[in-house]
Design a protein. Sequence first.
Length: 192
Amino acid sequence: MESYNQIARFYAADRQYSAVGLAELDDLLERLPKGASVLDVGCGTGKPITEAILLHPESFQVFGVDSSEIMLEELRTNFPNVPVQCAQIQEFDYFGRTFDAVVSWGMMFHLSPEEQRSVIRNITSHLAPRGLFLFTSGKEAGMRLGMMYSEEFQYFSLGAEEYRKVLEASNCELLKEHFDIGENYYYLAKKK
């Protein structure tokens, strides 16, 4: 996403020390076996999500994908052993494998409603049996405009009811959903 290339340095500076999303990530990681594979979709610079996965004592295998080459340059500097791809999630090849978990913090709502449905189907098809999928998006359905570091973004949400339906149609059950202190809304699903 070209807009993230424009704001990459500002976003990275603010996000690298943020703890927002880490409690939800810890909850997901505690459900995984040692050595599990985790894909960070929209990984950005790798801080704080990829970093927290790497620091977990269960020695997870971490992979990343992001559409901003500028952010991935920083991730490659910080975490040179993490396999990453610069790609739009709609065209991503998932490294030709499945994952025990997929995390997508702050990415889903940048996609149109139809793209979100398609991406959820693709992500869940690349989950191993009983694999976990954690993502953020809106609770209520709709679209809104917002500014981030002088760049305008459109944000889309299918709404909680529709996300439940899309996940169910993708052979996943919704385990949890809730707001965090930063007003981000989380969905945690498990593949059946």
